[in-house]
Structure formats: structure tokens, C-alpha cells
Ligand binder design. Structure first.
Ligand code: SF4
Length: 429
């Protein structure tokens, strides 16, 4: 598709910024110089996908390698899908505009089961066979990861392999194995999948296991096809979050997205272990980042993006053992800049004692918002004021901080209207 055709297509759909690419901070490489191209797909709209911290982290991890180029693609909205089918336009990646089918890998992050049908829809739009058994040597290897990959069987037929666990180390290892086998001339699709299952912890290749079922339809047993691949796939975790790559700059969307702010992942896992909570189980064990590292990452992101807000992101942020020192460090430089620090969720103090329930906090928040002079204070500032008064993590300023002017607050790209109070997404990778 040439530029004129692309322009015509974009002007005929809603929110063309979802598909235009060219955002500040996107990573562009010379495709003739890289050895593997990875299309990172988020099976939901651009606004949701751009808000996902896991995608930001893995995009950064893969692009740290000079010979790997990771690009992004999102599920087109309904109007765009219709146009693509009408005009036989395949799904493309934002950075290069190249069809996803031309890539070496297509990786889906599976954040919730509701996205499964969108995965199939994206495969169809990309003109890639839905079932892994129907894909030839020239098709991308389709990888699944994220929380839903812990129970991959419902969608096992559609993926070539799954990442079970955290992807910061595992995903680059998979791509590096692909590059190595290509360089050695030993690559075939089947040989690569076997080698990945054999040598990389956390890789599950459904086609290499025979699954038997009980009469009630539950899984009875997984039997490996080869003796040298594990009977039980062990989930992969990163041991030291301080040493794990974390993006020091991010792609800045030109349209409003759900979480449009600095997201600082404070720790992974949760000390609570509520039996109903999937995230509390699969992100075990608890691993914290140090205050020094978090402060440095926050400063780097602030300098690189010009965002006005920092969101402390984790499953239960007030369980972070260094929460007060962290807030003091952040306040030491953000207070003078009049930055807000939304705290997403809170169940207890750092000492482990339960504080007021979220319900009573919500009620208190509503009362304060009602009592605030609504004509003069924006919802975002009222939320910020509530945040400052009801948590131990923010400053004791009695009035909301004035916003900086547009030119001062965003250093490199235009300022925009922002939402100030929403929960941060879970930091799944
Ligand atoms: S994240 Fe929340 S619900 Fe899940 S285990 Fe932790 S405290 Fe419980």
C-alpha cells in the first residue's frame, strides 16, 4: 500500500491515530540489518494496548539487541476491520508499516480470556493460518505469553509455542536461538520448536505433547513426544528486578490512551495470597526493586517523556516495604516540579497493618470531592488532593499543585489533557 492509499484509508476510519504510527519514542531500525523481526501484538484496541506495562518492558528488552527489531501491532477497531477486508489490506505493524505475515515472530500477550477471539481475528486479518498445524515454513512463529498462557490448552491449537512465566529473559533467548539456527543453517520450523522446548525453561510447545482427557473433559495427562523435553514445564521468573531491563523511555501516543503517564513498576508478586486472585498466585514470588533503582528509573522516564504524572504500579502498592522512603525520594525532586503521584491500590501500610478499607476510602474520596469547590478545581486535581490527604505516600500539601504551562510541562511534544485518577494495570509480562 502506498502512502496515498494509506492516507485515504486512515481518513475513512475513526481515530486514525490508532494506525498511523510515527509516535515519539518508537524504535526504528534498518530492516536489512536485523536478523529477526518480531511483531508484538496486543489483542485489543490501541488505547488499551499502549497502556500495558508488560508490552512496554518486552518491547524494550527485545530492541536492546541490535539484530532484533520488535514492532507493535494492535487490534483494529470494527470500522477499520471492515475497510481492511473490503480492500484486502493485511494487518501491519506500526513502526515499519510492513505486513505482520512477513515477520519472523508474531507474539501475542494474553492478558484475559476475552481476548481469545480477537487473537483469531488478528491472525485472520494478518492472513496467517489460524491453526499452527496449517502454517508453513514461511509463516511467522506465533507465540503466546502473559497471564493466560499459564492455562494454554483452550487455545493450544493456534499457537506454535507459549512462554510460561516472565518474558524479559525468555523472549530474547527464543529469538536468539532462532538467529543462531538460521546462521548455522539448521533452522526448520519443527527443529526450532523442538530445540526451544528442549533448551529454554518456560517454553511450552503444544504440538510436542500428547494430551489425554478424562471422561468429564478435564486434562488427564501431558505426554511429551520426545524424551528430551520436560514433562512439566516450569514457569520462568526473573530473579533480580533491579538488574532486569526496564524501559528508560517509552513510546508516546498521540491520542489519549487509558494509562497515559509514567508507570513505575515497584515490585512483582503479592504478599497476600488471596485464593480467588490469579495475579496473586502467578506472579509469585514477591520481588521488590530498591528505592535507588526506582528513583533513577522515574527520573529517566521523566526526562525522556515530560509526563506530568508518575504512577506507582504493583499488585498492592502499600505492601511495598520501602514505600515511605521511596515517596520521600520522589518528593525530593517532584514536589518542586509540582508533579502528581497517583497511588493506584492500597490495602495496608508498609508495616503490614490494615488501614481503612478501599470501600471507606472510596466513600471518603467521594465526600471530599463533593465538598471541593468544583467550579475552580478540576477532577484530576481533586483526585490528587484526595491522594495527598488519605495516603501516607504523598506530600502534606493542603492545596492542589498548579499545573505547569504546556510548553514547560512537556518538553518535547505537545501537552494534552490527562486523566488523573485511575488504577494502574498489573505489571504482567
Ligand atoms: S493482588 Fe490483591 S486480591 Fe490479589 S492476592 Fe494481592 S491483595 Fe489479594
Amino acid at each position: 500500500m502506498n502512502q496515498n492509499e494509506k492516507r485515504m484509508l486512515l481518513t475513512s476510519v475513526s481515530r486514525p491515530g490508532r494506525y498511523a504510527g510515527g509516535e515519539y519514542g518508537q524504535i526504528i531500525k534498518d530492516k536489512t540489518q536485523v536478523k529477526a523481526r518480531f511483531a508484538f501484538a496486543f489483542p485489543d484496541s490501541y488505547e488499551i494496548g499502549m497502556s500495558n506495562l508488560g508490552v512496554r518492558i518486552l518491547y524494550h528488552c527485545l530492541n536492546l539487541h541490535d539484530d532484533i527489531w520488535c514492532e507493535r501491532t494492535y487490534a483494529p477497531w470494527v470500522d477499520m476491520q471492515e475497510k481492511m477486508r473490503e480492500q484486502n489490506v493485511p494487518l501491519t505493524c506500526l513502526e515499519s508499516g510492513d505486513p505482520v505475515a512477513d515477520f519472523d515472530f508474531l507474539g501475542f500477550t494474553l492478558q484475559y480470556e476475552m481476548c481469545y477471539t480477537t487473537v483469531l481475528n488478528m491472525l485472520e486479518l494478518a492472513q496467517i493460518p489460524l491453526r499452527s498445524a496449517d502454517r508453513g515454513e514461511d509463516c511467522p512463529l506465533v507465540i503466546g505469553g502473559g497471564p493466560c498462557s499459564y492455562n494454554p490448552e483452550p487455545v493450544a491449537d493456534f499457537f506454535d509455542l507459549f512462554n510460561i512465566g516472565e518474558g524479559e529473559e525468555m523472549l530474547p533467548e527464543i529469538v536468539r536461538l532462532y538467529i543462531k539456527m538460521k546462521d548455522e543453517g539448521t533452522y526448520t520450523r519443527a527443529a526450532f520448536l523442538h530445540e526451544a522446548a528442549r533448551t529454554i525453561q518456560g517454553v511450552y510447545v503444544p504440538s510436542l505433547y500428547t494430551v489425554t482427557y478424562n471422561e468429564d473433559g478435564t486434562v488427564k495427562a501431558y505426554t511429551p513426544v520426545y524424551d528430551d523435553i520436560p514433562v512439566t514445564v516450569t514457569k520462568r521468573i526473573v530473579q533480580d528486578l533491579d538488574k532486569t531491563p526496564f524501559p528508560d523511555k517509552v513510546v508516546m501516543p498521540y491520542i489519549e490512551t487509558v494509562h497515559d503517564r509514567i508507570m513505575l513498576e515497584v515490585y512483582r508478586g503479592c504478599i497476600r495470597g488471596c485464593r480467588f486472585c490469579q495475579a496473586g498466585m502467578i506472579y509469585r514470588p514477591v520481588r521488590e526493586k530498591s528505592v535507588d533503582v526506582l528513583n533513577a528509573q522515574a527520573k529517566a522516564l521523566f526526562d525522556a517523556t515530560g509526563y506530568e504524572e508518575i504512577s506507582l504500579s504493583s499488585l498492592s502498592i502499600s505492601d511495598y516495604t520501602e514505600l515511605e522512603p521511596l515517596c520521600d525520594r520522589l518528593l525530593s525532586w517532584t514536589a518542586t516540579m509540582k508533579r502528581r503521584r497517583p497511588v493506584p491500590s492500597s490495602t495496608s501500610t508498609s508495616s503490614g497493618k490494615a488501614t481503612s478499607s478501599s470501600k471507606s476510602r472510596t466513600t471518603a474520596c467521594r465526600k471530599r470531592r463533593r465538598s471541593a469547590p468544583s467550579s475552580s478545581v478540576s477532577p484530576g486535581r481533586r483526585a490528587s488532593r484526595w491522594c495527598a490527604r488519605t495516603t501516607r505516600t504523598t506530600c502534606d500539601r493542603k492545596t492542589p499543585a498548579p499545573r505547569r504551562s504546556s510548553s514547560a510541562s512537556r518538553r518535547t511534544i505537545p501537552s494534552r489533557k490527562r486523566r488523573a485518577w485511575t488504577c494502574a494495570p498489573r505489571s504482567s509480562t
